[in-house]
Design a protein around this ligand. Structure first.
Ligand SMILES: [Zn+2]
Length: 134
């Protein structure tokens, strides 16, 4: 877990915004940024975002619910949300753990994700739910 990025201290309640500001999320981050990682799956490799984890109760949409769009593919389990105005991915409900959201660390107010060192890569190409699938 990461409590500070550069000069930005991660607040227990931290705001996250899309690029245009239409979408504002409030995240509960009592432990800071938990489990930040990149992922090589088909959608994450295109987004390129560093994603961290919160429980479902840890995100509240305080602005922009009406402009958030949902994208689903393949098993249609995960729910990927993005701003329909600026196109920025904000958060998604995970397939590997539907009790969790992943969120875009780059959306956190004041956080430059490039200041986080040694972000591990998650092997999403070999997703556990895909094993045995043709
Ligand atoms: Zn936006």
């Amino acid at each position: 877990m990461i409590k500070q990025v550069g000069r930005t201290v991660i607040n227990p309640k931290h705001l996250a915004t899309c690029h245009c500001g239409a979408v504002v999320l409030e995240l509960d981050l009592p432990d800071g940024i938990v489990d930040p990682r990149r992922c090589n799956c088909s959608i994450c490799r295109r987004k390129g975002a560093i994603v961290a984890s919160v429980p479902l109760s840890g995100i509240r949409i305080i602005k922009g619910q009406e402009v958030l769009r949902l994208y689903q593919f393949n098993t249609m389990t995960a729910k990927h949300y993005f701003c329909s105005i600026c196109g920025i991915y904000t958060h998604h409900q995970r397939r590997s753990n539907p009790e969790q959201y992943g969120y875009n660390v780059g959306c956190l107010e004041g956080v430059n994700p490039f200041e986080i060192e040694n972000v591990p890569m998650n092997d999403g190409v070999n997703h556990p739910a895909d094993r045995g699938a043709s």
